[in-house]
Design a protein around this ligand. Structure first.
Ligand code: GLV
Length: 373
């Protein structure tokens, strides 16, 4: 299956053919008219790099250091909700692919596999944290991440309320409608639907029970997430978590400055893959001004629309230090499991090498704004 994909985008079609309709729509969709979702892709693709030649690019090294750890390349698997339903025990498969590629994997709070299950596979992830209403439970999740020795806590701050996702609403349904969607994907039904149980939200089972909210995720988020979350809560988390604290969901230079003051160790420039406030800036457009505001005080991670190693180099040139993949790895997971994710990472690495060679860079830290044409 993975051999048929020439690039990460090819996996989208393969995922569409493999996943039940409602799951593909959840993964693929954005909010409202999906303006920002599209902007993430088109703005990034319209970043023009300088071709620079005759600079001896025979020795290219992609290694980079983040949070005192060396990674094979400045790329990680960002948190993606319900990934454990795209392939059998999907988050464990993704964690393994990331570990083998020597890059980080961030486990979503709303994953199917719990942090305990992923950590037990021997590949301890970063942990992405949402504020649910029960603060005692949030404290407990932070403690679980500490006990598991997670390499970073990624506090996602752009989902105080869920964006309206029309595709989810259209694809939703129970009874015969849902049954037809499942029967149309027998391979998934057998491999994930039957053999991949349980389908609960592993990390949240203690507060929400064993049933995953597959038919109405938006309403579920509305009733379980805490819209009162504010900068004081970041301080509160900082007080409980001594390891690297990453604030994910920054799109505005003032918020970036505030994040730097809050004691965070890094930020992720993100609009949640175009799934929250539609019409906001693409991350490729937001990145430069945020890099100026941060002025090198903190590492800047970014996600949104990254589908190739060339896109990774574009993000680095715009001012990022590290790049997170979202749909790019989740499509591959749906289509080909761990092997699919491993294949996408190999493609990204190869494409990065070519982009660096043709821009005349041999080290990641040489990729900066001077490369923008
Ligand atoms: C969850 O993080 C989502 O975007 O659905």
């Amino acid at each position: 299956m993975s051999r048929r994909a020439a690039n990460a985008s090819d996996y989208r079609e393969l995922a569409k053919a493999r996943l039940p309709h409602f799951l593909f729509e959840y993964l693929d969709g954005g909010s409202y008219d999906e303006v920002t979702l599209k902007r993430n892709l088109t703005d990034l693709r319209s970043v023009v790099l300088k071709q620079q030649v005759l600079r001896d690019v025979s020795d290219i090294d992609l290694k980079t250091t983040l949070f005192s750890k060396e990674w094979a390349m400045p790329v990680g698997l960002g948190p993606v909700g319900l990934a454990g339903l795209y392939a059998r025990r999907g988050e464990v498969q993704a964690a393994r692919a990331a570990a083998n590629a020597r890059i980080p994997f961030a486990l979503s709070t709303v994953s199917a596999c719990s942090l305990g299950e992923v950590a037990a596979s021997g590949h301890v992830p970063w942990y992405q944290l949402y504020f649910v209403k029960d603060r005692g439970f949030v404290a407990q999740m932070i403690e679980t991440a500490r006990e598991a020795s997670c390499g970073a806590l990624v506090l996602t701050v752009d989902l105080a309320v869920p964006g309206s996702r029309y595709r989810d609403a259209r694809a939703a349904g129970v009874g015969p409608r849902r049954t037809l969607q499942l029967l149309a994907r027998p391979r998934w039904l057998w491999d994930v639907g039957l053999l991949g149980k349980p389908h609960s939200l592993g990390n949240l089972e203690p507060i929400v029970g064993k049933k995953a909210p597959l038919s109405d995720f938006q309403t579920w988020i509305q009733s379980n997430f805490d819209p009162s979350v504010n900068w004081k809560d970041v301080e509160w988390v900082r007080g409980q978590w001594k390891g690297p604290l990453v604030i994910k969901g920054i799109l505005d230079p003032d918020d970036a400055r505030e994040a730097a003051k809050s004691g965070a160790d890094a930020i992720v420039v993100s609009n949640h893959g175009g799934r929250q406030l539609d019409g906001v800036l693409s991350t490729a457009s937001a990145l430069g001004p945020i890099a100026d505001a941060i002025g090198g005080r903190l590492p800047i991670l970014v996600d949104g629309g990254v589908r190739s190693g060339l896109d990774v180099v574009r993000m680095l040139a715009l001012g990022a230090d590290f790049v997170l993949l979202g749909r790019a790895w989740a499509y591959a997971l749906a289509a080909g499991g761990e092997q699919g994710v491993a294949h996408v990472l190999k493609l990204i690495e190869a494409e990065m090498r070519v982009a660096m060679a043709l821009t005349g860079c041999t080290r990641v830290n040489e990729v900066d704004r001077s490369l923008l044409a």
